[in-house]
Design a protein around this ligand. Structure first.
Ligand SMILES: Cc1ncc(COP(=O)(O)O)c(C=O)c1O
Length: 408
């Protein structure tokens, strides 16, 4: 038997079925026109933002990293809740502009920005988080051609890493950002050439559950930003301190101690170096904002036995939920939180393997999991599906097509 991860708070049941946003799983599937389906819960999005606002110092803004979930309804819902949006492509820029988001609230990070992307961002007045000297030169040239001063911050590749982080974005050779020691020279050059100086972006890691690791990274980020500001010799308008807050996916994972992170940050801000006194501060969060708000629903198409093992074969799979299958940056496959949505809360009576409909052994949703007995037609729920699900999975693979998405 392999345990499944912890089901996030805030999900209830109606008539023995999983309920999301006050509606049963079957009702949601009927509304969407069938499975597979991602359901995103407004009340979870609202609750998470309220927790953050309560825990973080008022001075620290919250930016939404659109890459976590670029569904238009999710972006529109987040627009009044967050202070800014971080995008990674012209495609995400278009989605934000279509949602009516003021370009002054948008910043654009990512290595390999194409000229057309730089042009779209500069024309709109979006801040570029500049990733290299070469990108800075291209932005200046494009700005000159357009007759528009590019708004530029520099993404820093710091010497330190965020310990305990699932994905490390700093420390040593990285394709992201400019090595810290080269930042002052580049900043002075960009400013001298007429760029509008927007500040620094220091993103050190992602999916961290340790408050201590986050607190240490934030202290390092603030100290580095102060040193760089002195070396640049210009006031720092804005510091994007990164994020990294993770969510519990697997058995034994514990939520981040958010009040602890907030309290430590308040202490730091009370003792901030003078050069950062007037600097606007923000954090940049993706999965922490949206991950637990999403549930992936898929229907059991077949129930079969092989050598004494029961397989529940669903109409979904890794083409929508690559991360839950264990093929998105995980070393050892563990079970995401999952349940039989149409028998929610019923006692487990058997051990099953829940698999997808793709003809690859990689397509697994839950291995050796204890579940109530489920039949063909029952719905399976995979939780923590709000981030890096629909948009981070190979939905064209094998031609089953994308899943529907619904915000409730
Ligand atoms: C620059 C940047 N911002 C934000 C994120 C979002 O991270 P998460 O969704 O874990 O908060 C990432 C993740 O890789 C990133 O590279």
């Amino acid at each position: 038997m392999k345990p499944v991860g912890p089901i996030p708070d805030g999900y209830g049941s109606i008539d023995g079925e999983l309920a999301i946003g006050g509606r049963s799983a079957s009702a949601l599937v009927a509304e969407a026109g069938g499975t597979p389906l991602f359901v995103y819960s407004r009340s979870h999005l609202d609750a998470r933002m309220a927790e953050l606002r309560a825990a973080l110092p008022q001075r620290v803004g919250v930016n939404y990293a659109v890459k976590a979930n670029p569904h238009p309804a999710v972006i529109a819902h987040m627009a009044p809740l967050v202070d800014g949006f971080d995008i990674a492509s012209a495609g995400e820029l278009s989605l934000c502009l279509a949602a009516g988001i003021d370009p002054a609230r948008i910043s654009f990070a990512g290595p390999g920005k194409r000229d057309a992307e730089l042009e779209a961002a500069i024309s709109a007045g979006v801040t570029l988080n500049c990733e290299s000297e070469g990108e800075g030169a291209r932005a200046l040239a494009i700005g000159q051609r357009l007759g528009r001063a590019p708004r530029i911050a520099i993404r820093v590749n710091p010497a330190f890493v965020m310990t305990g982080s699932g994905m490390k974005m700093g420390g040593g050779a990285k394709p992201f950002g400019v090595d810290a020691e080269r930042v002052p020279g580049l900043a002075r050059h960009l400013i001298a050439e007429g760029a509008e100086w927007r500040g620094l972006h220091i993103f050190t890691g992602s999916q961290t559950l340790s408050a201590d690791a986050i607190i240490a990274a934030q202290a390092n980020v603030l100290a580095l930003a102060a040193d760089l500001t002195v070396a640049i010799g210009e006031p720092l308008p804005k510091l994007n301190m990164g994020g990294g807050l993770g969510i519990p996916y697997f058995p034994g994972d514990m939520p981040v101690d958010l009040p602890g992170v907030g309290a430590a940050l308040s202490e730091r801000l009370a003792d901030l170096p003078a050069v950062l006194r007037d600097t606007a501060l923000c954090m940049e969060l993706g999965r922490y904002l949206v991950g637990e708000a999403g549930v992936y629903l898929t229907r059991i198409i077949d129930r079969k036995e092989s050598h004494g093992v029961t397989f529940l074969v669903t109409d979904g799979g890794l083409h929508h939920q690559l991360a839950a299958s264990g093929n998105f940056g995980t070393v050892v496959r563990r079970n995401y939180p999952s349940a039989i949505a149409t028998r929610y809360g019923a006692e487990p009576t058997e051990e099953v393997n829940i698999v997808g409909c793709l003809c690859t052994p990689l397509d697994r949703l839950a291995d050796n999991a204890a579940m109530p007995r489920a039949e063909v037609g029952d719905l399976v729920a995979v939780f923590c599906a709000g981030a890096y699900g629909a948009s981070a999975s190979p939905s064209a693979f094998l031609g089953h097509g994308p899943a529907a998405e619904l915000l409730v």
